[in-house]
Design a protein around this ligand. Sequence first.
Ligand SMILES: [Zn+2]
Length: 82
Amino acid sequence: MSEPISREALMKTIENLTETNEQLSTDNDTLRIIISKSDIDCIYCGLPKKDMGKCAYGFPGCGRADDLLMEDTDGTEPEPAV
Ligand SMILES: [Zn+2]
């Protein structure tokens, strides 16, 4: 039988995973911002950048708008207006 995993080892693993998750989330947000500002067609609706105002999801509404709005914030998505 294998040895039981110590609480300390579990807590360290959780800590490491949390740290990794935060880093990946930050990297993901950075890439979303870069792509949203690039000339790449919208990854959500497929429209080219010049037509982003014609998006069927609206603008804001399309995910590209959310990605554009993420810049100059703390990286969290804006809360919906109440
Ligand atoms: Zn779009």
